[in-house]
Design a protein. Sequence first.
Length: 350
Amino acid sequence: MSKSRQYIRQNKSKLRRRRVFTWILLPILLLGFGLTSYGIFLYNKAESVMGDSYKPLDRDTSRVAAADTKVENTSILIIGVDDSATRGFNNSSRSDALMVATFNEKANSIKLLSIPRDSYVYVPKLGYKDKITHAHAHGGPATTIETVEGLLDIPIDFYVKVNFNAFIDIVDALGGIEVEVPYTFSEQNSKDEANAITLEEGLQQLDGEEALALARTRKLDSDIERGKRQQEILKSIISKSISASSFTKYANVIEAVGANMETDLSFNQMKSFFNYATAGTSLDIENLNLKGQDLWIPNSKGNRIYYYEIDEPNLIEIKSTLKAHLELGTSSYGQNEDDHDEIIEQAHGQ
């Protein structure tokens, strides 16, 4: 081969490599750089916004003090409050949705328990049984946590409290969610305008207002069925949040959450839970529900008030399931009605 032909062949080879770099590798590198830059932007934004949402409570957190970067076996109480700009963001608002999520890192699983808002339970701060929704109205997240710990006999390690605006903004920031609507119905919107939202039966793509209407309605069924819908909506939000298509929407999600959320999760702890959810596709989420029946009790004025009476055998089963999932022993947590009665009896005996 002549030197000239060899020179030409080498130049062509260099040119091909240059084209490969220009048309294939360079865009990949630029995309990678862009994603890295966006990731840094999101990280800094989240750290700043979530810092404003950090509202630790004055309570014992020694059980999870070292769990700053690990999920391990922990529990979170999710409190959806019956509040919005229309309702003035009143601190004495009731909880409209209560869910307990327990995490077991080794099993790569989550147990998600919905607690009906009208459940007739012992509220330690009041010293008597009442609707669990009233616990938040009488003491916010701290009283709600205390009540749930007494009911389920497990420790609540963290809480997350969100209002109507957060729910709507998160769903909208994700571009909507896909949920099965069980029946056709009309419901008020977040501004309390009657029958402003109408949804048809079947699998639907819902925006924030529509998802809130589905989460709130209970005209045609019960508190239990509403709790199941709320669980499915939450699972849809989680699924959409961790999908690749939502990556460019995270900034809006962060803004939506930060402006309308309170939690005692540190930023590092929130990252660990997000990493736990996105680590793989085999995450097992099991829905749990409290069985029970309707209960009507007359008040001091003689009016009959509706409560949801939890089935005791089923409650014992749920307690056992959650304790096993958290790998707890036989220790008792929180103050229940029996503890209160024992204290009263001791006081009367002295």
